[in-house]
Design a protein around this ligand. Structure first.
Ligand code: NAD
Ligand code: UGA
Length: 473
């Protein structure tokens, strides 16, 4: 039986390994993590992440051929193939702060693998890493190898949160990069065999290590670029009376462009787009490619602009002041069907409104009050000027926590509010009884739809003043 161990039981490690175990009953999969609470949750009825369909997959193979453990070293020692799926956040200090990927967790995992390995291993980069990371990992492993052979593969993950199970079961492609030596190609074939259990052969693409590493950064950069492109257009639509949905539809009808990922919004969030683009920017700068770096930087700058523009719209529409006014925030997760709030635009919008002294009442069907409060008091740091730590207006030091309430009900959030900001495209926000909501609000009642989920005309008929991103006012 092939034995797989995955280091890192997060949003990628957990679902990816669950799918491998589900599709490959002949393979034993152990997911390990240094976080005991995370592993305990994976072993419980309440998984640590909310992802549609994940519970069923985990339940069907947990404790058969899928295991979750904190016993990192013994499972790593035991495995033939080791996936490393640890977090690779943006560095906040030192060289490259604000842009470069922080590989501390990766390096410590690699050193641990070298220390405990007693047999040859295939080490798979699952985390998103800077191009050429495999070379650094190879150095750490071979210089500490005591005669053991390590093959490093790049196998970046393309799943999106909220649709992870479907993305894993029916991937557009699986990418495997390896060394072009006979040993490297043997390792590539071994990993290909795993995926070939359910992924059609023509969707498993093999290539050199550096192409595979860079393809992941390129894919995220180009996806985010589409969003920033349509968001930039949304500003022009608002200035001219064009409708961004119509423009996106017309543009997307061109089969060379396609219709996906052209939804204008308050801005993209999630743990990866910004981090990976900044990582790309840093790599370009290190290679002296300043013009290329500046090109990609602009994608993140437009995203920041879009979030700031949204806050300005709210404040300026409400007679230039939201001081003391209750504003309902519907949705806090960075997209629907996830409880993940990493880099969610809701944080920036809430902090912007709190900076203007608003009173917020927040509702999200999947995000806990504890998480929301933690997010709102965590100092952000300005990626473009990493020496500047932005202390949020709701932080304990500014003593304004009473300005935020979190509720378990959208109607409660909107009761007595002057305005509603829709921050996440949860399906339930399309189905709310807006007539009822309107009756309970202060007048004039505003809706600021950051995800274009409501029908502005219908809400205007009720009496709301509606702002939708990129739509005529
Ligand atoms: P995460 O923070 O949810 O999970 C990472 C886990 O690794 C954590 O549970 C942490 O405790 C654990 N960990 C860190 N160091 C460890 C060590 N030395 N030993 C054992 N465990 C350790 O992160 P994630 O969202 O799963 O992302 C992981 C990687 O995958 C990142 O590089 C990310 O860019 C990439 N990625 C993420 C997504 C996504 O949708 N979240 C999609 C594709 C790729
Ligand atoms: C994204 C990519 O889609 C995945 O392929 C990739 O594996 C992953 O990043 C990663 O590397 O972490 P994810 O961030 O989970 O996945 O979710 P997306 O669906 O890409 O959405 C990202 C953000 O963009 C969300 O805030 C979403 O609301 C926003 N978005 C998306 C828009 O504003 N408009 C769109 O048209 C699409």
């Amino acid at each position: 039986m092939v034995k797989i161990c995955c280091i890192g039981a997060g949003y990628v490690g957990g679902p990816t390994m669950a799918m491998i175990a589900f599709k490959c009953p002949d393979i034993q999969v152990v997911v390990v993590d240094i976080s005991a609470p995370r592993i305990n949750a994976w072993n419980s009825d309440r998984l640590p992440i909310f992802e549609p369909g994940l519970d069923d997959v985990v339940r069907s193979c947990r404790n058969n051929n899928l295991f979750f453990s904190t016993d990192v070293e013994s499972h790593v020692a035991d495995a033939d193939i080791i996936f490393v799926s640890v977090n690779t956040p943006t560095k906040t200090r030192g060289l490259g702060a604000g842009k470069a990927a922080d590989l501390t967790y990766w390096e410590s995992a690699a050193r641990m693998i070298a220390e405990v390995a007693k047999s040859d291993k295939i080490v798979v980069e699952k985390s998103t890493v800077p191009v050429k990371t495999a070379e650094a990992i190879e150095k750490i492993l071979t210089h500490n190898s005591r005669g053991i052979n390590f093959q490093i593969l790049s196998n970046p993950e393309f799943l999106a949160e909220g649709t992870a199970i479907d993305d894993l079961a029916n991937p557009d492609r699986v990418l495997i990069g390896g060394r072009e030596t006979p040993e490297g190609q043997k390792a590539v074939a071994a990993l290909k065999d795993v995926y070939a259990h359910w992924v059609p052969e023509d969707r498993i693409i093999t290539m050199n290590l550096w192409s595979a590493e860079l393809s992941k950064l390129a894919a995220n950069a180009i996806l985010a670029q589409r969003i920033s492109s349509i968001n930039a257009m949304s500003a022009l639509c608002e200035a001219t009376g064009a409708d961004v949905s119509e423009v996106a539809y017309a543009v997307g009808k061109d089969s060379r462009i396609g219709h996906k990922f052209l939804n204008a919004s308050v801005g993209f969030g999630g743990s990866c787009f910004q981090k990976d683009i900044l990582n790309l920017v840093y790599i370009c700068e290190c290679n002296g490619l300043i013009e290329v770096a500046n090109y990609w930087k602009q994608v993140v700058q437009i995203n920041d602009y879009q979030k700031a523009r949204f806050v300005n719209r709210v404040v300026s529409s409400m007679f230039n002041t939201v001081s003391g006014k209750k504003i309902a925030i519907l949705g806090f997760a960075f997209k629907k069907d996830t409880g993940d709030t990493r880099e969610t635009p809701a944080i920036d919008v809430c902090q912007g409104l709190l900076g203007d002294k608003a009173q917020l009442c927040i509702y999200d069907p999947q995000v806990t009050e504890e998480q929301i409060r933690r997010d709102l008091v965590t100092s952000k740091f300005d990626w473009d000027h990493p020496q500047h730590l932005v202390v949020p207006p709701g932080s304990p030091t500014s003593n304004k926590n009473d300005t935020v309430r979190v509720t378990g009900d959208a109607y409660e959030a909107a009761k007595g509010a002057h305005g509603i900001c829709i921050m996440t495209e949860w399906e339930e926000f399309k189905l709310l009884d807006y007539e009822r909501i309107y009756q309970g609000m202060e007048k004039p009642a505003f809706v600021f739809d950051g995800r274009n989920v409501v029908k502005p005309e219908e809400l205007r008929k009720i009496g709301f003043i509606v702002y939708s991103v990129g739509k005529p006012l």
